[in-house]
Design a protein around this ligand. Structure first.
Ligand SMILES: *[C@@H]1O[C@H](CO)[C@@H](O)[C@H](O)[C@H]1NC(C)=O
Ligand SMILES: *[C@@H]1O[C@H](CO)[C@@H](O)[C@H](O)[C@H]1NC(C)=O
Ligand SMILES: *[C@@H]1O[C@H](CO)[C@@H](O)[C@H](O)[C@H]1NC(C)=O
Ligand SMILES: *[C@@H]1O[C@H](CO)[C@@H](O)[C@H](O)[C@H]1NC(C)=O
Length: 482
């Protein structure tokens, strides 16, 4: 990298990420008393409907408990020829930043965006919008018991009625919730949310606390404070009333869902930061990622190795670990990948926001950590990631964050055929598989693509329903149909 690029790059990370992305909107002014009355009525109505809790096609940004990141339905491999519709803000492609997707039992799609949450029918008609401005929503939404759960940067965790988009409850759990792209998750009557965005951490401000809330009332149940703050928080629920997650150093935690008490913690590397998250397999293993190079981020190159570790969910024992040849700055997906026996770990690798740096996807054996295939992804061509510089003026004038500045890849998802779907920071959305078993995904039969022209946030994950795949780039929602 030239000196000019290095200087610009450093300016981006230290200046833009920490100050512009970190600019908080002013306090939300809403009539809480009126809302409280409405909430009770809606909580009552939601209860009356007696919703089947398990039937949503893709209930959270990472899919469904207990087999996250995989779908029992096939999605179209030839993504290039199967776009059914796309949506961006009616005032322009850059009038909001779009993030995470969930899909209900009727294939309606819920989209989180910097300015709030929206619901679309399967054909692209907007059914409702819930605005959070001037606060921003960064997390992927979760569907649970007739409600959409998420949180905003003013420190509110909230629940909306899935049918109407009206607020059922809203609880302020901290002064601020981080502007990182995490996942709102709910299970067994509890919403788990990260909050308390402040210094210090290995990456400036970060979320220091995790709270459990009653999913039907918003009442706070407990607080858990990890050893190091979390980034792109993703709690994954384990059978029997607990959940696992990782902090920014890759340390894995298993915590009880009803009380917030620690069961075990393991691994991690002090002084490091990743915006990767954990993954959970149906094989009793939880996978975490961390960088090996300590901060600051400006010292980490596209070739700085990382670490992918598998721990036993029951006791936290390290089962295997592998060195990744590039930073593992994303959540992996665990599932059955086409033409491979057993389970695999799909691991996107990239040091993002680095002009000239290349991003890869590696697939490992989920039981042993041995490498199975690799996809050599694109190289960042611009100074910023695709679509980011173009939208600065419009985003600023609409009161939303100036930049997306996301991970190098979206979180990946795997369909019932074993095809891997993942979006890259150069704007390309990929469908990947290794048909000939040569260890590389390469060529038209193995790599299909669609150019969205914008990068993908960390809370963006392909969401799969029967005959349908929805994924959001940093500015638009794309829906592919079989
Ligand atoms: C989850 O995956 C495991 C292993 O692939 C399978 O046995 C189980 O039936 C799946 N569970 C659900 C609810 O799909
Ligand atoms: C949530 O609140 C409801 C109503 O008070 C109560 O019945 C339920 O047991 C609570 N759930 C949890 C997990 O605390
Ligand atoms: C990966 O990190 C873990 C700690 O989380 C450590 O125990 C292990 O030795 C590391 N593995 C490799 C291959 O460096
Ligand atoms: C996890 O540990 C338990 C004992 O604590 C053991 O029975 C089980 O086989 C281990 N699972 C794996 C996948 O290593």
């Amino acid at each position: 990298m030239s000196r000019k690029c290095r200087v610009l790059n450093m300016a981006l990370w230290t200046g833009l990420v920490l100050s512009l992305k970190g600019k908080l909107a002013s306090a939300q002014t809403e009539c809480d008393a009126e809302r409280a009355g409405l909430s009770m009525l809606q909580a009552h109505l939601a209860k009356e409907r007696n919703v089947d809790r398990s039937r949503y096609h893709w209930a959270s940004g990472r899919g469904n408990f207990p087999n996250y990141s995989v779908s029992p339905h096939p999605a179209p491999f030839k993504v290039g020829g199967s776009l059914a519709w796309k949506w961006h803000h009616p005032l322009g492609r850059f009038a909001t930043l779009t993030f995470g997707t969930a899909i209900d039992a009727d294939s309606n799609i819920y989209l989180s965006a910097a300015d709030g949450i929206r619901k679309f029918d399967p054909h692209g008609v907007t059914l409702w919008e819930y605005s959070t401005l001037p606060a921003w929503v960064y997390n992927a939404p979760a569907l649970y018991d007739g409600m959409v759960h998420s949180s905003d940067t003013d420190g509110y965790v909230f629940a909306l009625d899935m049918q109407t988009g009206k607020q059922v409850w809203r609880t302020r759990v901290a002064e601020s919730i981080g502007q990182d792209n995490g996942f709102s998750m709910a299970h067994a009557g509890v919403v788990v949310a990260a909050c308390d965005w402040r210094k210090p951490s290995n990456f400036d401000k970060a979320n220091h606390k995790i709270k459990g809330l009653n999913a039907s009332t918003g009442e706070e149940l407990w607080t858990f404070e990890p050893d190091t703050p979390v980034w792109n928080f993703l709690p994954l629920f384990v059978e029997g009333g607990s959940f696992v997650f990782q902090d920014m150093t890759g340390k894995a935690y298993r915590v009880k869902l009803d009380t917030g008490t620690l069961v075990w913690k393991a691994g991690g590397l002090e002084g490091t930061w990743t915006d990767g998250s954990a993954a959970l397999g149906p094989n009793g293993l939880v996978y975490t990622v961390h960088n090996v190079h300590p901060m600051p981020i400006t010292e980490i190159s596209e070739y700085s190795p990382g670490n992918l570790s598998a721990f036993n969910v029951s006791d936290g024992e390290l089962v295997w670990s592998a060195v990744t040849p590039r930073p593992p700055n994303n959540a992996p997906a665990i599932g059955h990948v086409k033409n491979l026996p057993g389970l695999s770990v799909v691991m996107p690798l990239c040091q993002q926001v680095r002009p000239g740096s290349t991003c890869d996807v590696e697939v490992y054996d989920a039981e042993t950590g041995s490498l199975r295939w690799i996809f050599h992804g694109p190289t960042q061509t611009g100074l910023l990631q695709a679509g980011d510089a173009e939208g600065i003026a419009m985003r600023t004038s609409h009161g939303i964050p100036t930049f997306c500045l996301p991970n190098g890849w979206s979180a990946p998802a795997i369909d019932s055929e074993g095809t891997v779907f993942v979006g890259n920071e150069e704007g390309i959305f990929y469908a990947l598989r290794d048909l000939d078993g040569d260890g590389v995904a390469f060529g038209d039969d193995e790599v299909a693509l669609y150019d969205t022209r914008a990068a993908f946030a960390g809370s963006s994950s392909p969401a799969i329903a029967p005959g349908l795949l929805a994924v959001a780039s940093c500015d638009s929602l794309f829906v592919f149909e079989t």
